[in-house]
Ligand binder design. Structure first.
Ligand code: KG4
Ligand code: ZN
Length: 357
C-alpha cells in the first residue's frame, strides 16, 4: 500500500509517498522537504506565525510535487497521513486540514500521526528493525529516551526537564554570535577549539536515571562568555568546544543509564537508535557508538535526511498504523502537546516546560 504523508509541525513543509509491503518492508517513492530556515534566520529561531503562513503558501505545491514525481493520483493511495502534533498549532492546522481535504475528496482514510512516533518508527523503514528497541530522540524540540515496544506502545525512560538539546545548541550559538540553526555552527567552531579551556557543568551527571537538563549549562556558558567579552574567534571556538565536550559527557552518562534501564525491562533487545537533528553531530554519534558497544548494544543511525524533520517518517508511521487498522475520523483535532507515552506525567506541570517533555 502507498501512503501520502504530510509534515508541517515546525519549520519544514514536507510531503512524501511511501510504500509498505505486506512483509513489513518499505520503500520511499518521493520525499519533498521545503525548509523555511531562511525565513526565520533573521530572528535566531522559528517564529510560529511566519511558519504557519509559509506552510499555507507552500504546502499545495509541495504535495503536488510529491505526487507528480511518482505519477500517481490521489485515488492510487491507500490513505493520507499527517502530523497532528506535537508542534506549533498554526502549522499543524495547515497540514492536518489539507490532509483531511484530500482524504475527503479522494474517499481515503485519514491517519493522524504523532510526530514523535514518526521519528520513533523511521528505523523500521531504513533498517528493518524489529521491536523492541531503545531510541534517543534529540532535536530542536525533543530530547528523550524511549523504549519502542510496538506501534503506539512507548515507554519514556528519560527526558529533559528544561531545554531540548538542539534548543541548547541554538541558544549557545545565538549568544556567541553564530548563525541559526546553531547546532552545525557550534560543531564546526568546536572542531577548532580547546575543550579544556572553560570549565562547564555536566548537569544531572551524578544522578541516577536518564533525564537531561541543559538550561544551567547554557547559563554557565553565557557567564563565561560575558566574563571575557569582547570575544575573539579563538574564544568563540574554545567556548564551543567546551560546551560540546560537556554535552558529550552528559550524553555518554545518560545513555549508559538508559541502556541499563532498558535492558532490565526488555532484556533480549540490544539496539540503540539515535534520531533527530542533533544526531547529525559527529562527536555525539561517536560517543553513542562507543557507549553502545561498551554496553553490548549496536547503534543504528538512520541517514541524516530522515533524522531531521521530513514527511517520509509521517507516511511510514501512517502505513504502520493503517496496517493495524488504526485510522482517524475527519474531526480529529491537532494537538500542540501530545506526549508519546500517554501515561508519563509532564515533568514540570503542563506549562511551556511540559511541552518539551
Ligand atoms: O530534527 P530537527 O531538524 O528539527 C526539530 O527540532 O524537530 O532538529 C533541528 C535541531 C536544531 O536545534 C539544530 O541546531 C540541531 O538540530 N542540529 C545540531 C546539528 N545539526 C542540527 N545540533 C548539534 N550538532 C549538529 N551538527
Ligand atoms: Zn522532529
Amino acid at each position: 500500500m502507498i501512503l501520502l504523508g504530510i509534515e508541517t509541525s515546525c519549520d519544514e513543509t514536507a510531503a512524501a509517498l511511501v510504500e509498505r509491503n505486506g512483509d513489513g518492508s518499505g520503500r520511499i517513492l518521493s520525499d519533498i522537504v521545503l525548509s523555511q530556515v531562511d525565513d526565520h534566520a533573521a530572528f535566531g529561531g522559528v517564529v510560529p506565525e511566519i511558519a504557519a503562513r509559509a506552510h499555507v503558501e507552500a504546502l499545495d505545491g509541495v504535495v503536488a510535487a510529491a505526487m507528480h514525481k511518482v505519477g500517481l493520483s490521489y485515488r492510487d493511495i491507500a490513505a493520507v497521513a499527517a502530523t497532528a502534533g506535537p508542534g506549533l498549532i498554526g502549522g499543524l492546522l495547515v497540514g492536518l486540514t489539507t490532509a483531511k481535504a484530500i482524504a475527503l475528496a479522494a474517499a481515503r482514510p485519514l491517519v493522524a500521526v504523532n510526530h514523535l512516533e514518526g521519528h520513533a518508527l523511521t528505523a523500521r523503514l531504513t533498517d528493518n528493525l524489529q521491536f523492541p528497541y531503545l531510541l534517543l530522540l534529540v532535536s530542536g524540540g525533543h530530547t528523550q529516551f524511549l523504549a519502542v515496544k510496538g506501534v503506539g506502545r512507548y515507554t519514556r525512560i528519560g527526558t529533559t526537564i528544561d531545554d531540548a538539546l538542539g534548543e541548547a545548541f541554538d541558544k549557545a550559538a545565538k549568544l556567541l554570535g553564530l548563525p541559526y540553526p546553531g547546532g552545525p555552527a557550534v560543531e564546526a567552531m568546536a572542531k577548532r577549539g580547546n575543550p579544556a579551556r572553560f570549565t562547564l557543568p555536566r548537569p544531572l551527571i551524578d544522578r541516577p536515571g536518564a533525564d537531561f537538563s541543559f538550561s544551567g549549562l547554557k547559563t554557565a556558558l553565557r557567564l563565561q562568555a560575558e566574563a571575557i567579552a569582547p570575544l575573539t574567534e579563538t574564544d568563540v571556538a574554545d567556548l564551543c568546544a567546551s560546551f560540546q565536550a560537556a554535552v558529550v559527557d552528559v550524553i555518554a552518562n545518560r545513555a549508559g543509564h538508559a541502556m541499563a534501564i532498558f535492558r532490565n525491562a526488555h532484556f533480549r533487545a540490544d539496539t540503540l537508535v539515535v534520531a533527530g537533528g542533533v544526531a547529525a553531530n559527529e562527536s555525539i554519534r561517536a560517543t553513542l557508538r562507543e557507549r553502545a558497544t561498551a554496553n553490548g548494544f549496536r547503534l543504528v543511525t538512520p541517514p541524516a535526511r530522515l533524522c531531521t524533520d521530513n514527511a517520509v517518517m509521517i507516511a511510514w508511521a501512517g502505513a504502520e498504523r493503517l496496517a493495524l487498522g488504526l485510522t482517524d475520523p475527519l474531526d480529529v483535532p491537532a494537538r500542540p502537546r501530545w506526549p508519546l507515552d500517554e501515561l508519563a506525567a509532564p515533568k514540570l506541570g503542563s506549562g511551556a516546560k511540559g511541552t518539551r517533555a
